[in-house]
Write a protein that binds this ligand. Structure first.
Ligand code: KG4
Ligand code: ZN
Length: 362
C-alpha cells in the first residue's frame, strides 16, 4: 500500500514539474501562409508578433488573375527563403520553436500543398507539434495582433479576393457565418471590373488609388438579395454592358473617364457591402464592428465604415494594411490561440480547398 501511495505521489510530482516547465516555457510559433499568391511566414512569441514576411507573386499580373500552377511553383521556389527571413528577423533559432502552423484552407490546392508539406516536414525534423489554421478565421483574428481589438461578440465583414462574409464572432473559436456571397467576392468584383477597364491584376489597389482622383458620377445595377447574403455578379454584368454601350458611342470613353469610373465602381461596391453589414448589426444588436481581408485596405470602404460607425454609434475596428491583405502574421495569431488550447493536428492533415469557418451557417 505504502509503495502504491509513493508511486501515486511520484506521478503527481512529475506531472506538476511537467506542467511547470510547460507553463514557464515561451510559446514560439513559426506560421506559414501559402493559400493563394502570397508566400508568407511569421514568428510569434507569447502572442507578440516578432516578424511578418510576405513575398507577393508578380508573375500573375500579365494574366489578369492568379494562375494556380504558376502560383504553386512560385511558392515552392520562395518558401525556404521566406521562412528563413521570418526566423532571422525575429531573431529566433528553429531550435527554440514550440510549434509550426500553416494554412490548410480555403485556397488553391497546389498553393496550400506547398505550405502544408513544408510545415509538416519542418516540424517533423524538429519533433514539433503542428497547428492547422483556417485562412478566413485568421483574417478575423488579425484584429488581435494589435490593440485595441474588438470586444466579443463582434461582427466582422471579411472581404477578400475569394470571399465575402459577415461573421458573428463570439470568441476566438466560436464564429458563425451570418451571410456570404452567392457568386463573386467583393475583391473579385474589383479585380474583374478593373480588368474590363484595362488595369493590371490585382486591380483593387489600383482602382482605390485612381478613385481618389474621381467622382462617383455613374450608377450601376445593385443586387436585390434576401437576408444577409451578397451577390456581385449582376453588378459586374451591369458595368460590362454600361461600358460596351459607352464605348460604342466613344471608343475613348474608359480612357477619358477612368478616375470617375473607378470611384463610381468603388462607391457602389462599398454601398452594397455596408447595406448588409448595417442590417446584420441591427438584427443582432451589435455595435462592435470590424472589417478584415484584402478589400478592408480600401480607402473608400474605411471612410464609409467610419462615417456609418459615427452615425450609428458603432465601435469600428480596421486592421493595419499589412494585416488586411494576405500575411502570415494573422496565421501566427490564430495559431497562438490554438496552442493555448493544445489544439494540435495529426501529421496526416491535408489541405481543404473549401474549408469553411468552423461553425455552421445560419
Ligand atoms: O485577403 P487577400 O489579400 O487575398 C485573398 O485571400 O483573396 O485579398 C486580395 C483581394 C484582391 O481582390 C485585391 O484586389 C483586393 O483584395 N484589394 C483591394 C485593395 N487592396 C487589396 N481591393 C480594393 N481596394 C484596395 N485597396
Ligand atoms: Zn485572404
Amino acid at each position: 500500500m505504502a509503495i502504491r501511495n509513493q508511486i501515486i505521489l511520484q506521478n503527481i510530482i512529475e506531472t506538476q514539474i511537467c506542467v511547470m516547465t510547460e507553463s514557464n516555457r515561451d510559446i514560439v510559433i513559426l506560421a506559414i501562409e501559402s493559400s493563394c499568391d502570397d508566400t508568407a511566414a511569421a514568428v510569434i512569441k507569447n502572442g507578440l508578433l516578432l516578424s511578418n514576411v510576405v513575398s507577393s507573386q508578380l508573375e500573375h499580373q500579365q494574366y489578369g488573375g492568379v494562375v494556380p500552377e504558376i502560383a504553386s511553383r512560385a511558392h515552392d521556389g520562395k518558401i525556404l527563403t521566406v521562412v528563413q527571413k521570418a526566423l532571422d528577423q525575429a531573431g529566433i533559432t528553429k531550435e527554440s520553436l514550440s510549434a509550426v502552423a500553416f494554412t490548410t484552407g480555403p485556397g488553391l490546392m497546389g498553393s496550400l500543398l506547398v505550405g502544408v508539406s513544408f510545415g509538416k516536414a519542418f516540424a517533423l525534423g524538429l519533433s514539433l507539434p503542428i497547428i492547422q489554421v483556417n485562412h478566413m478565421e485568421a483574417h478575423i483574428l488579425a484584429h488581435f495582433i494589435e490593440n485595441p481589438s474588438p470586444k466579443f461578440p463582434f461582427l466582422c465583414l471579411t472581404v477578400s479576393g475569394g470571399h465575402t462574409q459577415i461573421v458573428l464572432v463570439n470568441s476566438v473559436d466560436d464564429m458563425t457565418v451570418l451571410g456570404k456571397t452567392i457568386d463573386d467576392a467583393a475583391g473579385e468584383a474589383f479585380d474583374k471590373i478593373g480588368k474590363m477597364l484595362g488595369l493590371a491584376y490585382p486591380a483593387g489597389p489600383v482602382m482605390d488609388r485612381l478613385a481618389q482622383k474621381g467622382e462617383p458620377i455613374f450608377q450601376f445595377a445593385k443586387p436585390n438579395i434576401e437576408g444577409l447574403d451578397y451577390s456581385f455578379s449582376g453588378f459586374k454584368t451591369s458595368v460590362l454592358y454600361f461600358l460596351k454601350n459607352k464605348l460604342k458611342e466613344n471608343p475613348k470613353f474608359i480612357e477619358k473617364n477612368l478616375n470617375d469610373l473607378c470611384r463610381s465602381v468603388q462607391e457602389n461596391i462599398v454601398e452594397i457591402l455596408l447595406q448588409k453589414l448595417t442590417k446584420a448589426a441591427k438584427l443582432h444588436k451589435i455595435k462592435e464592428i470590424a472589417i478584415a481581408g484584402g478589400v478592408a485596405a480600401n480607402s473608400g470602404l474605411k471612410t464609409a465604415l467610419q462615417a456609418k460607425g459615427e452615425q450609428l454609434g458603432w465601435n469600428v475596428y480596421i486592421p493595419k494594411m499589412a494585416y488586411c491583405t494576405d500575411n502570415a502574421g494573422m496565421i501566427a495569431m490564430a495559431a497562438h490561440f490554438k496552442y493555448l488550447k493544445e489544439d494540435f493536428c495529426a501529421f496526416d492533415v491535408r489541405p481543404d480547398v473549401r474549408m469553411s469557418v468552423k461553425s455552421n451557417i445560419i
